[in-house]
Write a protein that binds this ligand. Structure first.
Ligand code: MEV
Length: 315
């Protein structure tokens, strides 16, 4: 048993609404999405960490600093992921959370989800500069999450007491527009300078996003499709007004809207062309699939509101 592999997985996330405004203290609703990253840590006699893409250089210092540890014994690391990287589905949060939990188990440190979440937030700061903490909280706790950053140190992470009713959940489709040219930190930075220069415009946008996020709660729990479509459309328009959606992707979204559906970016977005994955809704999912095909874009269905961090001890 001494060298048994330690296996931890975490899901991706989508913002049902509230991305960007969540960085400025407004609430967001996120869903853990049914695509997972699995991290395996195998204790090893050989020096070093095999196969890590430099991730150990980000994660190990966070653990060493927090627990005042000088050296982490050697291990092998393997990561397999179903989550497209850098596409708004929280891949960095998921891999950080799973890796952190696997290392804590490896180091025989007592842990719980709050601890992993706090440490994953530190990793998100390295990746994204000024993250809200919504992505890591959702991939760790799973389900549907109401998230609000009150202060840098105080966050409301409230699991929603319902799942998305199947009448609605069966009609979501994810369309992948590709990896944005700009990374999340860049887009968040661009919004931040706009917030400074166009204060009143952004205050209005953020207030409207909060209103829509609040209206989304009953729309989801009561299966109100008409409301859901209205809220996604309006929320997407506000994101576009923030300048985080390229003209190319606006074109795709308008096609979906004209066909009777709704679609939105579900992470930081992108300015040049690709904006990552789009969260799309239509009563007739075939319509969404034909639009994705007409743009030559991959699409897939994934469950929304899945379990968060999970551990397993055998391969
Ligand atoms: C990124 O997935 C979502 C943003 O709101 C940034 C954040 O919340 O940290 C754009």
């Amino acid at each position: 048993m001494k060298n048994s592999p330690i296996i931890v997985s975490a899901p991706g996330k989508v913002h049902l609404l509230g991305e960007h405004s969540v960085v400025y203290g407004k609430p967001a609703i996120l869903a853990a999405v049914g695509l997972r990253v699995t991290v395996t840590v195998i204790p090893s006699a050989a020096e070093g960490v095999a196969r890590n893409d430099g991730l150990d250089k980000i994660i190990e210092p966070i653990i060493k600093k927090h627990f005042k540890i000088k050296k982490i014994p050697s291990y092998q690391l393997s990561i397999s992921s179903q989550i497209p990287i850098g596409s708004g589905l929280g891949s960095s949060a998921a891999v950080s959370a799973a890796y952190i939990a696997a290392l804590l188990i490896f180091l025989k440190i007592q842990w719980d989800l709050n601890l992993v979440n706090n440490l994953a937030y530190e990793a998100e700061k390295v990746f994204h500069g000024n993250p809200s903490g919504g992505d890591n909280s959702t991939v760790v706790f799973g389900g549907l999450v109401w998230f609000r950053k009150e202060t840098p140190d105080l966050k409301i992470i409230q699991p929603l007491p319902f799942t998305i009713p199947s009448k609605l959940s069966k009609n979501f489709l994810l369309i992948n527009t590709g990896k944005p040219k700009e990374i999340t930190a860049e887009i968040v930075g661009i919004v931040s300078s706009k917030v400074k220069n166009q204060k009143s415009k952004f205050e209005k946008l953020f207030i409207d996003q909060e209103k829509l996020v609040r209206e989304l709660l009953p729309a989801l729990s009561q299966s109100n499709e008409k409301e859901l479509i209205r809220i996604i459309r309006k929320g997407e328009k506000n994101l576009e007004a923030m300048g985080v959606c390229s003209n190319y992707v606006k074109g795709i979204i308008r096609k979906i809207e004209n066909a009777g559906g709704a679609a939105k970016i579900c992470g930081a977005g992108g300015k040049t062309k690709a904006t990552g994955v789009l969260l799309c809704y239509h009563q007739d999912k075939n319509k969404l699939e034909s639009i994705a095909k007409s743009f030559n874009l991959p699409f897939f269905s994934a469950a929304l509101g899945v379990a968060g961090l999970k551990t397993g001890w055998q391969i």
